[in-house]
Write a protein of this length. Structure first.
Length: 205
C-alpha cells in the first residue's frame, strides 16, 4: 500500500479550501489516493473549521481569530485534534511540513503562512495572488533555498560515467528576465502544480 499524501490547507473554510478538501474526499472515496491532513486553518468560520477537523482529523486546527479559540476547543473536545488561535499559530501550522500545501488565505494575511510553507520544501498550491505581487522574489528565493539549498549546485556524475561527458562551452550572455516576467513564470508554474495535483488525486489508481 502506498504511503498517504500529507496535505495542509491554509484557509480551509473558503471556496478554494472547501473545494480542495472536496476533491481530496472524492479521490479517497474512489480509491485513487490516500490523504492525511496535517493542518487546517481558517479565519473566523469556527463552525465549518470544526466540522472539517472532525472529518479529516488533522494534527491541528487553527482559527486566526483568537476570540474563537474557546469555541473551537469546545467543538473539538475529545477528538484528539489540537487547537490553536492567532496569526502566529497559523504560520506555525503552515510550517509543520507535509507533501503539499494549498495556500488559500486571501489578501496579505496569506503571505507569511505561504512563506513558511515554502521554506519546508512542500509543493505549494497558490491561490493567493497577493503573495506573488507583494513578495514574489522573496518567495522565489525561499523556494530555491528549500528545494536546492542543500544540494550541490552542479550535478554529480558517477565516476564510471564521467568519460561519456565533455565540458560544455559557457553560454552566451543573455538579458536577465524582468521581475514581472519572473512573477508570471512562477504563477504559471504554481497553477500547473495545482492542476497536476488535482488530476493526480482524481486519476491515480
Amino acid at each position: 500500500m502506498s504511503k498517504p499524501k500529507t496535505i495542509t490547507v491554509l484557509g480551509s473554510t473558503g471556496s478554494v479550501g472547501t473545494s480542495t478538501l472536496d476533491l481530496a474526499a472524492r479521490a479517497v472515496a474512489h480509491g485513487s489516493a490516500e490523504v492525511q491532513v496535517i493542518a487546517l486553518t481558517a479565519g473566523a468560520n469556527v463552525a465549518l473549521l470544526a466540522e472539517q477537523a472532525l472529518e479529516w482529523r488533522p494534527k491541528i486546527a487553527v482559527i486566526a481569530d483568537e476570540r474563537l479559540l474557546g469555541e473551537l476547543r469546545q467543538r473539538l473536545k475529545g477528538s484528539g485534534v489540537a487547537c490553536a488561535a492567532g496569526e502566529a499559530a497559523v504560520i506555525e501550522a503552515a510550517g509543520l511540513g507535509c507533501d503539499w500545501v494549498m495556500s488559500a488565505i486571501m489578501g496579505s494575511a496569506g503571505l507569511a503562512p505561504t512563506l513558511a510553507a515554502v521554506k519546508t520544501g512542500a509543493v505549494i498550491g497558490l491561490a493567493n495572488k497577493e503573495s506573488l505581487v507583494c513578495a514574489g522574489p522573496a518567495l522565489l528565493e525561499a523556494a530555491k533555498a528549500a528545494y536546492f539549498g542543500a544540494r550541490d549546485s552542479q550535478p554529480t556524475i558517477p565516476q564510471p560515467a564521467a568519460p561519456k561527458f565533455s565540458m560544455p562551452q559557457p553560454p552566451a550572455p543573455v538579458k536577465a528576465p524582468s521581475t514581472n516576467t519572473l512573477l508570471m513564470a512562477i504563477l504559471g508554474l504554481l497553477m500547473f502544480l495545482v492542476g497536476g495535483f488535482i488530476v493526480f488525486l482524481l486519476m491515480r489508481r
